[in-house]
Design a protein around this ligand. Sequence first.
Ligand code: 3PG
Ligand code: MG
Length: 396
Amino acid sequence: MTFRTLDDVDVKGKRVLLRVDLNVPMEEGRVTDATRIERILPTINELADKGAKVVLLSHFGRPKGQRVEEDSLRHVLPTLEHYLKRKVAFADDCVGAPAGAVIAAMKGGDVALLENTRYHKGEETNDPAFVDEVAKLGDLFVNDAFSAAHRAHATTEGIAHKLPAIAGRAMQAELEALESALANPARPVMAVVGGAKVSTKLELLGNLVTKVDYLVIGGGMANTFLAAQGKAVGKSLCEHDLAGTAREILEKAKAANCTVVLPVDATVAQKFEAHAPSHIVSVDHVGADDMILDVGPKSVAHVESLLARCKTLVWNGPFGAFESPPFDEGTNAVAQTAARLTVEGKLLSVAGGGDTVAALNQAHAGQEFSYVSTAGGAFLEWLEGKTLPGVAALKV
Ligand code: 3PG
Ligand code: MG
């Protein structure tokens, strides 16, 4: 796909509406993970240094068209200024007089943040009148919010049809990484898909089996596949009603020449809590009271030996209950191997979606991956092979 980047436009003196994703995790008014802020710094700095008036647009939370105080972007402002090392003006509304006044007072190189776009119903409905109100505040639209690109909202999609639309540096990096991981990858390609439930990842699995050479299934969802093959899974998390679906995915994989890799052994415990007494069993000998909480060492070794042959890895979801040690061991081991192969220049590794980033960081492996996406839902939809409206709107 082709899109314009910051190399293709002159931004000096222009009002640039820069869509970012400041929907960062917060606890008690403090930002607990600033990764999304760090990722947008290059775009903001480049635009400001080139003399643009940089106007940041973002949603926060899901206030559903109401002014919910808790969801105000004012709470994110100090952290943004801290990382940016620049003063950022704030407008109490993303349209109308408050936004107009703040922008009118800007000089080239200034940065301003407008209040939560989701305070207006028109944001999520992509209402043309709201799109026009936002669009008239700017001369150019730059999108650096891949993680919100699965939403066809006014400031992620609609506005791209009203103003010249350009990908920011973070969006550009994300699209390039995703392209080299699945659209046009060096083979063999391995996908690791973990997480609790098959039901949330059906489309994703169905798409991946047609794209990758090895599909490694971990997490609770592997139990559904084991059960579908007639194995006892004891008290493990398992969607028994999806046995037929699991078998269909295995059939589809076979037809597509994709090797599905399931656990051969597991770490089991009688209760699910950190440091619960646990032991390792073959997946053929899971006891009636056992709960599978991680993959075992043979499974890890098998995945690692396949990975050593692969050139590309796409990773979504942990192998086990990584929040509760020792059930993080499988995820840690494979993540560290992938990190090492990446550092050695043998593997292109791309990861993303929900828990994945936290799991890789906990394994001290995230830094070494070729690319770690901060996107949750958008990354999953991309793995499902869907067109993301916010990305499609940037197409030239
Ligand atoms: C996210 O946090 O995944 C994005 O900001 C999108 O948020 P949403 O799921 O509320 O649309
Ligand atoms: Mg979300």
